[in-house]
Design a protein around this ligand. Structure first.
Ligand SMILES: Cc1cc2nc3c(=O)[nH]c(=O)nc-3n(C[C@H](O)[C@H](O)[C@H](O)COP(=O)(O)O)c2cc1C
Length: 352
């Protein structure tokens, strides 16, 4: 009751301020831990990680690694912090985050505001061990070598993370998405992989893509991902499309997330899955707000899923609700383990 009143109060505030308060509440231990049993059908061994279930926190929620352990305690099975850039940066002027409540969506144009890799590294070091933690790698807006920034951040943060995601899909840094084009993508991935192989072979390297890629671009991404040997693809980031969105704030510039992104993002994921046929791990993110949404991503080809925007509407209990609903859906369809459903709608047949 008190918690739902708190959530309602947050939803009436400026969204950036509300997010800061939510992070402080997490840090202050005001959000209860998920202590109940997790169905064994959800246990996931993915990328060598042992996870109690496949639902994690998407990048951008804890940009500065301030609430990693509390987020794990609330029940998320893994956390991706960042985006982190080499140098700290302020991001775009405020307001830069908009709630589109009637669409259960959000638009943000933060522009990689973060404390920078030095401060964030100290925070991760102070946190200690425990849980699966990744970093979303970003590039400074004014960098003379954006493609090199990803490796710079990885080099600095590698001791404290299990995976790192090359984010060339944020719409809020002008020109960043151009790095998804064939040659630029090959360059950024091979340079970042070289750093990974040199200093931290145990850290998994992921690539996060936009939901606005054409089919030809998806083919390129699939081919390059397989050829370079990165470990996984995260599909997707926010969209520039406003399709299906009615709220007046739809006119704001930035990336759209939340419910209206679900179909578009899952379609990209499914295409990627059909193209790669299980040869690379996929992580599904974009518009998840229920167990059914998570299940749809898994059936499309995701081994793990992440979410952000729905948390602002439904609060931290959502992770437990999604995981338990997912377990029920798996059981309903005769799966004894979540891994059996991965890609069942795209590249795997139910027979055998
Ligand atoms: C306010 C905000 C900030 C975000 N920041 C990042 C970021 O720094 N790096 C990144 O890869 N994705 C970022 N994202 C995208 C999310 O990680 C996720 O891909 C997207 O929001 C779709 O998931 P959702 O519909 O569950 O929110 C951000 C999203 C939001 C709403």
């Amino acid at each position: 009751m008190i918690r739902s009143l708190g959530l309602k109060a947050l939803q009436r505030m400026d969204p950036e301020k509300a997010h800061g308060i939510a992070l402080r509440a997490l840090r202050g231990g005001l959000v209860p831990a998920w202590s109940g049993p997790v169905p064994t059908s959800l246990r996931s061994r993915v990328l060598g990680f042992e996870l109690t279930h496949p639902v994690g926190v998407a990048a951008g929620f804890d940009k500065n690694a301030e609430a990693v352990t509390p987020l794990l305690d609330t029940g998320f099975s893994f956390v991706e912090v960042g985006a982190v850039t080499p140098e700290p940066q302020d991001g775009n002027p405020r307001p830069r985050m908009f709630r589109l409540a009637t669409d259960r969506a959000a638009i943000n144009r933060y522009g990689f505001n973060n404390d920078g890799m030095q401060v964030i590294g100290s925070r991760l070091a102070a946190r200690g061990e425990g849980g699966v933690v990744g970093v979303n790698l970003g590039a400074n807006r004014d960098s003379a070598d954006r493609a090199g920034d990803y490796g710079t951040v990885l080099r600095h943060l590698a001791p404290w993370v299990d995976f790192a995601t090359v984010n060339v899909s944020s719409p809020n840094t002008v020109g960043l998405r151009d790095m998804q084009a064939r040659e630029a993508l090959e360059e950024v991935l091979s340079r970042t992989l070289a750093v990974r192989d040199e200093i931290a072979p145990r850290v998994k390297l992921l690539l996060k893509i936009a939901p606005d890629l054409t089919d030809a671009q998806i083919e390129d991404v699939a081919e390059i991902a397989l050829a370079t040997g990165i470990d996984a693809i995260v599909a997707t980031n926010t969209t520039l499309s406003r399709q299906g969105v009615r709220h007046p704030a739809r006119a704001e510039a930035g990336g759209l997330s939340g419910a209206p992104l679900m179909t578009r993002s899952t379609r990209i994921l499914a295409r990627l899955a059909a193209r790669t046929e299980g040869r690379i791990t996929l992580i599904g993110v974009g518009g998840i707000s229920s167990g059914a949404d998570a299940y749809a991503k898994i059936r499309a080809g995701a081994s793990l899923v992440q979410l952000y925007t729905a948390l602002a509407y439904d609060g931290p209990d959502l992770v437990r609700i999604i995981a338990l609903d997912l377990a029920r859906l798996l059981e309903r369809d005769g799966f004894t383990h979540v891994s059996q459903a991965v890609g069942i709608d795209t590249f795997r047949s139910t027979a055998g």
